[in-house]
Design a protein around this ligand. Structure first.
Ligand SMILES: *Cc1c(COP(=O)(O)O)cnc(C)c1O
Length: 372
């Protein structure tokens, strides 16, 4: 039985397209904000069905520039889900605003009722996170928070659809990460903002690079959050493969679910709510995820805990802990285990993962609370 890695970030020796894309940038000698970034921005905006795309240096930068572009900063509050990557919260605190945590529902999405209760006169926006690849119901968020702009954090949901629309194209703006583990991945850091608001897109372009309209005129004060040409060239190739990769993830997820449904002690993410997911992560629930994780590791299967600790449990946000009880997020965090997922997973890998989990269950879940 060979090892099953959680992700595979290597570029195959026979991946001629990605290698040729890099070579062409090397030959052209234009390395920052050139023709590849322009072309990627056009192609990604079109793919997402959005009017504008601005390539930036990371998903966190994308969120920060959206917030800054909206004029959000010190004294402002932004509603965020308790269950998310810590980057969602960090973007808010980095612009000087306060992340206001609200609990999630059993499908890891922000709970609209909790969001409504968290609203205050200082609320300037809500960040709706399409977590794990599952598109969130934005209508429910909009109904709960009338007139509050919705920023979509799409870092885990490239290409996911809400009805006919891709994520990121319904709110005021969508933020994407191209971190190497994401469904659309660069060979390093990268990110993008999409929006239909031309004025916001224009401000974000200025915020991306020293407030420059042209190299000689800085119109506003701003830092550097640029996407580079090599990453953009690689992203153009991989954008053409995104739908196939997402379809492969859905097949793997369906296989996991079919084969784990009757295994005692583990609960696959099932049912209607997950139909449209692009399966960035495949997250099981079990009462002792750390124990199962260790059992799998001994069988060379890599499983990870997303997200433990949660942002409000991190030392960085210790001053905000306890403001609101977050029982569902904490329950999910204590029960979640992510299985290896991605286009690299073979049917032999699926066998190895399922066999190891079945072995653990058959042995009475050794080491866990279910062992008795
Ligand atoms: C990865 C991620 C981010 C941050 O993206 P970076 O490119 O790493 O800055 C933000 N939000 C979510 C939900 C993520 O998964």
């Amino acid at each position: 039985m060979s090892a099953v890695p959680f992700v595979d970030l290597s570029v195959a020796p026979d991946d001629a397209e990605v290698r040729a894309a890099i070579e062409s940038v090397l030959a052209a000698g234009s390395l920052i904000l050139g023709p590849e970034v322009d072309a990627f921005e056009r192609e990604f905006a079109e793919y997402c069905g959005s009017g504008h795309c601005v390539g930036v240096s990371s998903g966190t930068a994308a969120l920060e520039l959206i917030l800054r572009g909206m004029g959000i900063g010190a004294g402002d509050e932004v509603i965020v889900p308790a269950y998310t990557a810590i980057a969602t919260w960090m973007a808010v605190s980095e612009v000087g605003a306060t992340p206001v945590a609200v609990d999630v529902d059993a499908c890891y999405g922000i709970d609209p009722r909790a969001a409504a209760a968290a609203r205050s006169p200082r609320t300037r926006a809500v960040i709706a996170v399409h977590l794990l690849g599952r598109p969130l119901d934005l209508n429910a968020v909009a109904d709960a928070l009338p007139d509050v702009p919705i920023i979509e954090d799409c870092a885990q949901a490239h290409g996911a659809r809400i009805g006919p629309k891709r994520v990121g194209s319904s709110g005021i703006a969508g933020a994407f990460s191209f971190y190497p583990t994401k469904n659309l991945a660069a060979l390093g850091d990268g990110g993008a903002v999409i929006t239909d608001d031309a004025a916001l897109a224009d401000r974000i372009r200025l915020l991306r690079s020293f407030g420059w309209r042209t190299r000689s005129e800085s119109l506003i004060r701003a830092g550097n959050a640029r996407l580079d040409e090599i990453q953009a060239a690689v992203l153009r190739v991989r954008l053409r493969r995104l739908d196939a990769g997402n379809a492969r993830r859905a097949t793997i997820a369906a296989e996991y679910t079919a084969r784990l449904t009757d295994v005692p002690g583990v609960h696959p993410p099932g049912g209607h709510a997950w139909e449209d997911s692009v399966w960035h992560l495949y997250v099981l629930r079990t009462s002792t995820p750390a124990v199962l994780q260790k059992f799998l590791r001994e069988r060379a299967v890599a499983a990870l805990r997303h997200y433990d600790p949660l942002p409000h449990q991190a030392q960085a946000f210790a001053d905000m802990a306890g403001a609101t009880p977050l029982p569902i997020a904490e329950l999910l965090a204590s029960e979640s285990l992510s299985l290896p997922m991605g286009p690299h997973i073979t049917s032999n890998d699926i066998d190895s993962v399922v066999d190891a989990i079945t072995e653990w269950a058959a042995a009475g879940r050794p080491g866990g609370a279910g062992a008795s």
